[in-house]
Ligand binder design. Structure first.
Ligand SMILES: Cc1ncc(COP(=O)(O)OP(=O)(O)O)c(N)n1
Ligand SMILES: Cc1nc(C(=O)O)sc1CCOP(=O)(O)O
Ligand SMILES: [Mg+2]
Length: 490
């Protein structure tokens, strides 16, 4: 949950001053961040988590330690505060040397430590400040007492670009107000926003652990605040999902695996990076429609993402290979910066050449097992299925999801057999893979599709209802809203 506004944009020509180059070679741009936080001996939170997340997201992370905790998966056993003078020495050391894109604060356990932080930030102004007002550990241990509340409210929050309190911390900052419902979280965010930070993200305990760290890494790479929040949420969801079966420690607070995306899924020897919920609003582009409305593929993709599309497929049946490749590369960049997956229809060569996140193939395209061997374990593969048998084969061949339709008659694909809502339901019930419905779906009938209400049906894939339209942004927003409302009804 966040309030709206814009983060200071970083200068386009910034570069690391630490890399000293004596030749005319170009200097490689490495996003750099600083975390000012406590050490967690269990390595699930604090400095250790920040270092791991930044490494996983390709960002250089320096660290200033404010406190050392004896902590494991069962809880926090003891806390040792570092002398404020020594925290100050660490801050001066790194702030005088590096050019940080973003500084994030975590555990600031005493007023004196907050004072030295503020003093150093005034001497070495930073480009963006993320404040995670850590006060209570996930296990419930108090990490910063109420003595820090007034300096947080009066001096730290007003200079933050974003603050990311959990519900307990938000409540403490607001003098103990009750925050239990989403509506109460929204009101709390608004009240905290009035204290001066440019954005407020109030986290619940389940879905937004580690969010502040992740924002740090994405903002350092130049993402907008909203994109950074979306990427953070996707990363956390995937990491939690990956970590649910692994055992670390004996307590309830098993740390999640920050390096999940580098690991193999033992079930399938593939990386488990695909999130089936991404199929919710699947925008499939069409070259004829883009031409008709005189827009580029890139503009079509940008508008769809802005409108709320959760995954994109480039289905450009008539595009010239070279031109298509260049456009696909641009689209990959746009999609990555928004944390949205991009798939290519039919063209495995284009998908490989532009490093897309995956492909969608049909029953008469290249067989899925061969596609898998060409693309490797990490890429997403979708396959069109009209029957339970095809769905079963898709699963055996290593696909990640199936597209099932045509649910309704369509003009977009010639001679396409319509399977209807009953056919869709039959495929969904038989499928071992998540399903996205396709064919003739738009704002007027999307609810009837989602109402078949089988757990495997994750969303709708749409071409003409988004792209054979004057304004892709408006239509995508409308469809997104319709789908969100249908979720509540189901
Ligand atoms: C999400 C999704 N589902 C089905 C299709 C159709 O793929 P295919 O059967 O290969 O037909 P073409 O799109 O290639 O004409 C799809 N593209 N996307
Ligand atoms: C590309 C495609 N595949 C289908 C299938 O049934 O597998 S139907 C279809 C066209 C979907 O376009 P629209 O949203 O404009 O109806
Ligand atoms: Mg195809």
């Amino acid at each position: 949950m966040y309030s709206l506004g814009g983060i200071r944009s970083l200068p386009a020509n910034w570069r690391s001053t630490t890399a000293s180059m004596t030749t005319t070679e170009s200097v490689r741009k490495v996003p750099q961040v600083l975390t000012v936080a406590g050490s967690d001996s269990g390595a699930g939170a604090g400095i250790q988590a920040d270092l791991k997340v930044c490494a996983a997201r390709g960002v250089y992370c320096a660290s200033v330690i404010t406190a050392v905790t004896a902590q494991n998966t069962r809880g926090v056993q003891s806390v040792h505060l570092l002398p404020p003078e020594f925290v100050s020495e660490q801050l001066k050391s790194v702030l005088s040397d590096f050019e940080f894109d973003v500084v994030k604060t975590g555990m600031l356990p005493s007023t004196e430590i907050v004072e030295v932080l503020l003093q150093n930030l005034s001497e070495f102004p930073v480009r963006a400040l993320v404040v995670d007002p850590v006060m209570v550990s996930t296990s419930g241990h108090v990490l910063a007492g109420s003595s820090v509340l007034s300096i947080f409210r009066e001096r730290l929050l007003p200079i933050a670009d974003i603050i990311t309190p959990n519900v307990k911390e938000a409540s403490a900052l607001l003098g103990g107000v009750k925050i239990e419902t989403v509506e109460e979280m929204r009101s709390a965010a608004k009240l905290l926003h009035e204290m001066g930070p440019r954005f407020v993200l109030v986290k619940d305990f389940k879905t937004f652990v580690e969010c502040g760290t992740l924002l740090l890494a994405e903002l350092a790479k130049g993402s907008s605040m909203l994109s950074a929040v979306k990427v953070a949420k996707r990363f956390v969801d995937n990491a939690l999902d990956y970590s649910k079966d692994i055992v670390i420690g004996t307590g309830k607070q098993g740390p999640f695996d920050h390096f999940f995306s580098l690991k193999k899924d033992p079930q399938s020897s593939r990386c488990s990076i695909f999130n089936p919920d991404d199929l919710f609003l699947y925008a499939v582009t069409d070259s004829r429609m883009n031409k008709k409305w005189n827009r580029s593929i890139v503009d079509a993709v940008k508008a769809a993402i802005e409108g709320g599309a959760t995954i994109i497929q480039l289905r450009e049946k008539e595009a010239e290979t070279r031109e298509f490749l260049e456009e696909a590369k641009s689209c990959v960049g746009i999609c990555r910066s928004h944390g949205v997956c991009l798939l290519i229809n039919d063209r495995i060569d284009i998908a490989l050449a532009c490093d897309a996140d995956g492909v969608h193939v049909g029953q008469s395209d290249m067989p899925v097992d061969l596609v898998r061997s060409l693309l490797g374990p990490d890429k997403i593969i979708g396959v069109s299925c009209k029957t339970p048998e095809q769905a079963h084969q898709a699963w055996k061949d290593g696909a990640d999801y199936i597209g099932s339709g045509g649910v309704f008659p369509t003009n977009t694909k010639a001679n396409n057999r319509t399977i209807g809502l009953d056919g869709l339901k039959t495929v969904c019930e038989a499928s071992q893979l998540p399903v996205v419905a396709i064919g003739g779906i738009g704002i007027s009938n999307a609810v009837s599709v989602m109402q078949i209400n089988t757990p495997n049906l994750k969303g709708v894939a749409v071409v003409s209802a988004l792209f054979d339209q004057e304004c892709v942004l408006t239509q995508t927003k409308k469809l997104h809203k319709t789908l969100e409302e249908s979720k509540k009804e189901v």
